[in-house]
Design a protein around this ligand. Structure first.
Ligand code: SAM
Length: 290
């Protein structure tokens, strides 16, 4: 950061989006601590929850609740503070704000108003889980929480069934068994899954294998349906080139016999379609006759 950037930041209001730990309090970064120490206000998903973190850090700060039900109303208050040159931090209960957490509206409006919004990166359950799952991470699709009702959840999974990127979901302990049952029935018993439970906490556990064996492991584990979960699923195998494209062989043959001898037309059509040369030759003769 240049000196002029630093001076500008000190004079102008900035909204800092600060990641907090997902379990282990030592995961709060040095920089997050500095920012939480210097800001004028902390907008927190749950002020009691963040209050406990601040107490652990030995900080006493002004806080304001900002959750899904009051976010729109809080935007004006935050914009007014930023306009006065104040610094505001946005935090959620755990991990990175906006990732299945409140803050989207505030960040969008603050950016639209021309104020700087600066990330203070840190823990994020999906990134932590993916980094150790041993599943492909070059392409992944984070789908957050699936619908709570079984019919909606199965429909959402059916939409994702052919997705080739690694899939990542968040799930609460009381729905984890239901989700795994639906994964087995929609994606099949053998689709590779990795579940990360209670990441960074004392009872951090991983379950991995085919969807059905992971379901059985969870059911067999007395603590299986306790704690918070990240569910990762290997993407579907890519479809072979050309699969799903329906080739109109008659149309192809019809076009080819207008330009080429029948034998040559049948040979090319056989190569393109994978059908038998003799069969296509007979069909080409019929088409020519018609
Ligand atoms: N913003 C958070 C983040 O950056 O990961 C996620 C918040 S979301 C409301 C909470 C969900 O994240 C939990 O239900 C669980 O699926 C996942 N999660 C959070 N902490 C976790 C942990 N320590 N271990 C496993 N999953 C966790």
């Amino acid at each position: 950061m240049s000196v002029s950037d630093r001076v500008r930041q000190e004079e102008e209001g900035v909204l800092y989006v600060v990641a907090t730990p997902i379990g282990n309090l030592d995961d709060l970064s040095e920089r997050a601590l500095q920012i939480l120490t210097k800001v004028d206000l902390i907008a927190a998903e749950d002020t009691r929850h963040t209050g406990r973190l601040l107490q652990h850090l030995g900080l006493s700060k002004q806080m304001m609740a900002l959750h899904d039900h009051n976010e729109r109303g809080r935007v004006e208050k935050i914009l007014a503070l930023l306009a006065e040159g104040r610094q505001v931090a946005l935090v959620s209960d755990a991990g990175t704000p906006l990732i299945s957490d409140p803050g989207y509206l505030v960040v969008r409006e603050v950016r639209a108003a021309g104020f700087q919004v600066s990330p203070i990166p840190g823990a994020c359950a999906l990134v932590a889980a993916l980094s150790v799952a041993g599943l492909p991470t070059d392409r992944f699709l984070f789908a957050g929480f699936l619908p709570a009702k079984r019919s909606g959840r199965r429909a959402a999974l059916t939409d994702l069934e052919r997705e080739t990127a690694t899939l990542v979901f968040y799930e609460s302990p009381h729905r984890i068994i239901d989700l795994m049952e639906d994964l087995v029935s929609v994606f099949g018993a053998d689709r590779e899954c990795v579940l990360g439970r209670e990441l960074t906490k004392t009872f951090e556990t991983f379950y991995s294998g085919g969807a059905e064996s992971v379901l059985v492991d969870l059911q067999d584990d007395p603590n299986g349906a306790r704690g918070e979960f990240v569910v990762m699923v290997r993407g579907a195998a890519p479809e072979p080139a050309g699969a799903g494209v329906s080739l109109d062989t008659d149309k192809l043959l019809g076009l080819l016999i207008k330009e080429l001898p029948v034998k040559k037309a049948a040979r090319i059509a056989a190569e393109v379609s994978g059908l038998g040369k003799n069969e296509l030759y007979q069909r080409a003769l019929e088409l020519k006759r018609d």
